[in-house]
Design a protein around this ligand. Structure first.
Ligand code: UT7
Length: 322
């Protein structure tokens, strides 16, 4: 039985996708690939690609506005904004400060978190800890990415996998049994060269392009995700059988299936959007969450698990009562 105490409760969700949607068949017109290969190996069918002028901050602000509307709150109520991203608008300032300005929510804390595809889990954990500590009361946690700008469009092994988008949640501190029950985060920096960008301000002075050893990432992903979900469930004092929905990072449908199998969970308890959005890195979990909240699958009171794994390696899982 969950004890009543101060927790960070998800009060609203929102998301944003660029209007331009590109199918596998369209990609196959310019890259040596096929709809069949991409679908079979990844489950991906479409990805959205940001237009000129559309950025991580503008998409993030759009998702944030929708989350505020869903929560029935104003930007002025927010005292903390965290943007999880690996594709900030600029090296600095933090994209969170640009989002804050776009929302007109001046004065509260605003910063970015860099944990690549696990970024939303890391940002969520920081925000909910600050809320429990009393240093924030109402937070916007945003995952926003424009990976189309850092993929190497001549590398078919990576460029077909990623897309652009943003997702956001509003978190408020409330005493009760709802909210974030337990979060577990990990990193293993020995693997920092298996999924990385080959540039940066302090090395090449350039932005760089994404590089990945896909098969090795795949292997680690399944093991790490199953293990961290088990840890988070144990810390929350709940069983896998109690979970209503798993909202996983959307990198590859095969990773999602293999992870669920390891935990003995059925496929009808998982939210899958990788077919529609491809891998949107830190945006993927809040985007999938918003899709499932808006289509009525995820409801108030549901017990959900958020999980993700990405470059670093970094990985994490969170158990939340909506
Ligand atoms: O979000 C962070 C985490 N990222 C991930 O989780 C990604 C994890 N990795 C994966 O999802 C998979 O490893 C991939 C989808 C990236 C690749 O699938 P795979 O089954 O591991 O394929 P592979 O890399 O072993 O490539 C198999 C073949 C190769 O050809 P040969 O050497 O067997 O002749 C590739 O050259 O597929 C070829 N290939 C392609 N063919 C058509 C690679 N990319 C493509 C492509 N279209 N786009």
């Amino acid at each position: 039985m969950t004890e009543a105490r101060l927790r960070a409760v998800i009060k609203g969700t929102g998301s944003a996708l660029p209007a331009k949607r590109v199918s596998n068949a369209e990609l196959a017109q310019t890259i040596d690939t096929s709809d069949e290969w991409i679908t079979e190996r990844t489950g991906i069918k479409f990805r959205h690609i940001a237009a000129d002028g559309e950025t991580t901050a503008t998409l993030g602000a759009q998702a944030a506005r929708r989350a505020l509307d869903a929560a029935n709150m104003d930007a002025a109520d927010i005292d903390l904004i965290i943007v999880a991203t690996a594709t900030p608008d600029q090296t600095f300032p933090a994209s969170a400060t640009i989002v804050q300005d776009l929302l007109g929510a001046h004065g509260g804390a605003a910063f970015d978190v860099a944990a690549v595809c696990s970024g939303f889990l890391y940002a969520f954990s920081v925000a909910e800890s600050m809320i429990r500590a009393g240093s924030a009361h109402h937070a916007l946690v945003i995952g926003s990415e424009t990976f189309s700008r850092i993929v190497d469009w001549e590398d078919r092994a990576t460029c077909v996998l990623f897309g652009d988008g943003a997702g956001a949640v509003v978190l408020s501190g409330e005493v009760g049994t709802r909210g974030a029950l337990a979060t577990k985060l990990h990193a293993d920096g020995r693997h920092n060269q298996l999924l990385y960008v080959d540039g940066g301000p302090s090395t090449t002075g350039t932005v760089g392009k994404l590089r990945m050893k896909g098969q090795e990432v795949f292997r680690h992903a399944v093991t790490n995700l199953a293990s961290v979900m088990g840890e988070a469930l144990a810390a929350a004092g709940v069983n896998a059988a109690d979970i209503d929905w798993v909202v996983p990072h959307q990198a590859n449908a095969r990773i999602i299936d293999a992870t669920l199998r390891k935990l003995g969970l059925s496929k009808d308890k998982v939210i899958v959007t990788v077919d529609q959005h491809a891998n949107t890195s830190a945006a993927s979990v809040p985007l999938a969450l918003d899709v499932a909240v808006r289509d009525g699958r995820i409801k108030p009171g549901d017990l959900i698990v958020l999980e993700a794994m990405g470059g670093g390696f970094t990985w994490g899982a969170s158990v939340v009562r909506l």
